[in-house]
Design a protein around this ligand. Structure first.
Ligand code: GDP
Ligand code: IMO
Ligand code: MG
Length: 433
C-alpha cells in the first residue's frame, strides 16, 4: 500500500473522476489539493451518473474519508449544493467529508471581477469557467484573502471583507457595486451553516498517515492548465501538477510514493489557448460526438484533436509520472486511420522541448505518425489481450513515445469498463487488485 497522486496529463477532463473512484477502494482517504468548482469530475457506477466539482471523487465509497485541502478555493454555496445533491442520491457526507480551515473562500465579488477581467481582455480572453477561481487565488497571493477559519470570527470577517470590497468596488462599474453588509450577512450565514465540515487538515492528514492510513491525492484540471507549467496565460490559477499535492494539503513530499498520470487516447481542451493537434473538420466533430465532449461544469463543447505525445511526455517530466492511465480508447473505435503527434516543427526545425512561449506554440506544426485504426468495438473490454491487435499496438506506441508504462486502460465511462494491464506494472507494486 502507498500514498499516490493522480494528475491530469493534458488540459483536463482526462477522466480523472472515473479513475479516482476506481482507485479509492484501495485507499483510506481521498484528498483534493487544488482548484475549485471549475472542475467537473464524472463517475458512472452501474449506469448511474454522478458529477463532482469540489468534493473528491472518492465520496461514492461510503466507508472512505474525503478531504478538501488548503490549496482548494471554496465557494460554500456550491459545496452546500453538491452535498445536498449527493444526499438526495443517498450518499451522506456527514462525518466523512472535511474542509481545511486554511482553504480560501470564493465570494460573489470574485465572479464579478472575473467577468469584468475577461470582458476587458477581448480577443485575448482565457475562456474561464467564470466561477471566481482566478480572482480568489489572486486575493490569496495578494495576502488579503478570506480563509475558512475567518468565517467564524466576526471581527476578522468584517475587516477582511471591508478591505476587499473597497478594492473591488474601485474596479467595478456603478451598477455592479458590492454591498459590504450583504456579503457579510451571507458569509456569516453560510460560514456557520457549513461549520461541521471544517478541520485543521494538516494535523489530521499527517496524524492519519502516521497511523498507516493511505491517502490518494486527487488533482483537478491538468498539467497544461497548471499556472506554472501549463500553457500560460491560458491556464487555471493553481498548481494542478503533482507538486500541488504537497502545498495543497500540508503533506511533505517524502511521504508520497508515486504519481499516476491520466490521459485520453486523444486530446481535448476547453476554453482558449494554443492546441497544436486540434482537428477542426468533421473528424474532430466525430470525436466530440462519440466522446460526448461537453464540459461537465459549463456544458461548453470541448475542442478535440489527436493524441499529442509531446504534451503527455512533458507531463511525465514535470510530474515524474510513474505510470499512465489511458482513457476513452473506445471513442477511437470508429476511425479507419488515427494520427499521433510525435514532435513539433517550428520554422522548419524540430523542437527538442515543449515551447514556453505561446507565440511559438501557436505556430508549431505537429509531426504526425499515421496508424491504421482497429475499427472494432472495444467498449467495455476488461482484458488487455481481448483488445484488437491494432488497439494494443496503438497503446504500445503511446507508451513508447511518452516513455511511461500504461497500467490502466479505460474502455467506457462506467467503473467496470476498465482494463488493469500487466501485473508487472508500477501500479501493482502499490496496489494489489
Ligand atoms: P475529469 O475532469 O478528468 O474527471 O473528466 P470529466 O469527467 O470531465 O470528462 C471525462 C468524460 O469521459 C466523462 O463524461 C466520463 O464519464 C467519460 N469517460 C471516462 N472514461 C471513459 C472511457 O473510457 N470511455 C468513454 N466513452 N467515456 C469515458
Ligand atoms: P477538470 O478537473 C478542463 C479551463 C477553463 C479555462 C481555464 C481557466 O474537470 O479536468 P478557470 O475557470 O479555471 O480560471 O479557467 O482552465 N479549466 C478546465 N478545463 N477541465 C477542467 O477541470 C478545467 N478547469 C478549468 O476552461 O480554459
Ligand atoms: Mg472535467
Amino acid at each position: 500500500m502507498a500514498n499516490i497522486i493522480v494528475v491530469g496529463a493534458q488540459w483536463g477532463d482526462e477522466g480523472k473522476g472515473k479513475i479516482v473512484d476506481l482507485l479509492t477502494a484501495h485507499f483510506d482517504i481521498v484528498a483534493r489539493y487544488q482548484g475549485g468548482h471549475n472542475a467537473g469530475h464524472t463517475v458512472i457506477i452501474n449506469g448511474r451518473k454522478y458529477v463532482l466539482h469540489l468534493i473528491p471523487s472518492g465520496i461514492l465509497h461510503p466507508q472512505k474519508i474525503c478531504v478538501i485541502g488548503n490549496g482548494v478555493v471554496i465557494d460554500l454555496s456550491a459545496l452546500k449544493h453538491e452535498i445536498e445533491e449527493l444526499e438526495a442520491a443517498g450518499i451522506s457526507c456527514k462525518g466523512r467529508l472535511f474542509v481545511s480551515t486554511r482553504a480560501h473562500v470564493i465570494l460573489d465579488y470574485h465572479r464579478a471581477v472575473e467577468r469584468a477581467e475577461e470582458a476587458s481582455r477581448g480577443e485575448n480572453r482565457i475562456g474561464t469557467t467564470n466561477r471566481g477561481i482566478g480572482p480568489c487565488y489572486e486575493d490569496k497571493m495578494g495576502r488579503r484573502g478570506l480563509r475558512i477559519c475567518d468565517l467564524l470570527n466576526s471581527k476578522s470577517l468584517r475587516d477582511i471583507l471591508k478591505m476587499n470590497i473597497q478594492r473591488k468596488n474601485a474596479l467595478l462599474p456603478a451598477e455592479e457595486q458590492i454591498s459590504l453588509e450583504r456579503v457579510l450577512a451571507e458569509a456569516k450565514r453560510l460560514g456557520k451553516e457549513m461549520s461541521e465540515y471544517y478541520m485543521d487538515l494538516t494535523e489530521y492528514l499527517n496524524r492519519a498517515m502516521d497511523e498507516g492510513k493511505k491517502v490518494l491525492f486527487e488533482g483537478a484540471q491538468g498539467t497544461h492548465l497548471d499556472v506554472d507549467h501549463g500553457t500560460y496565460p491560458f491556464v487555471t490559477a493553481s498548481n494542478a501538477t503533482a507538486g500541488g499535492a504537497c502545498t495543497g494539503t500540508g503533506v511533505g513530499p517524502t511521504r508520497i510514493d508515486g504519481v499516476i498520470g491520466i490521459a485520453k487516447a486523444y486530446t481535448t481542451r476547453v476554453g482558449e489557448g494554443p492546441f497544436p493537434t486540434e482537428i477542426t473538420d468533421a473528424t474532430g466533430e466525430q470525436i466530440c460526438l462519440r466522446g460526448k465532449e461537453y464540459g461537465a461544469s459549463t456544458g461548453r463543447p470541448r475542442r478535440c484533436g489527436w493524441f499529442d505525445a509531446v504534451v503527455v511526455h512533458y507531463a511525465r517530466l514535470v510530474n515524474n509520472l510513474d505510470t499512465l492511465v489511458i482513457t476513452k480508447l473506445d471513442v477511437l473505435d470508429a476511425f479507419e486511420e488515427l494520427k499521433i503527434c510525435t514532435g513539433y516543427r517550428y520554422k522548419g526545425q524540430l523542437l527538442q522541448s515543449f515551447p514556453t512561449e505561446m507565440s511559438v506554440l501557436k505556430r508549431c506544426k505537429p509531426e504526425y505518425t499515421a496508424v491504421k485504426g482497429w475499427h472494432k468495438e472495444t467498449a467495455g473490454i476488461i482484458e488487455f489481450n481481448d483488445l484488437p491487435v491494432l488497439a494494443r499496438d496503438y497503446l504500445k506506441r503511446l507508451s513508447h513515445l511518452v516513455k511511461a508504462e500504461i497500467s490502466v486502460v479505460s474502455t467506457g465511462p462506467d467503473r467496470m469498463q476498465t482494463i488493469i494491464t500487466s501485473p508487472q506494472s508500477r501500479l501493482h507494486s502499490w496496489i494489489s487488485f
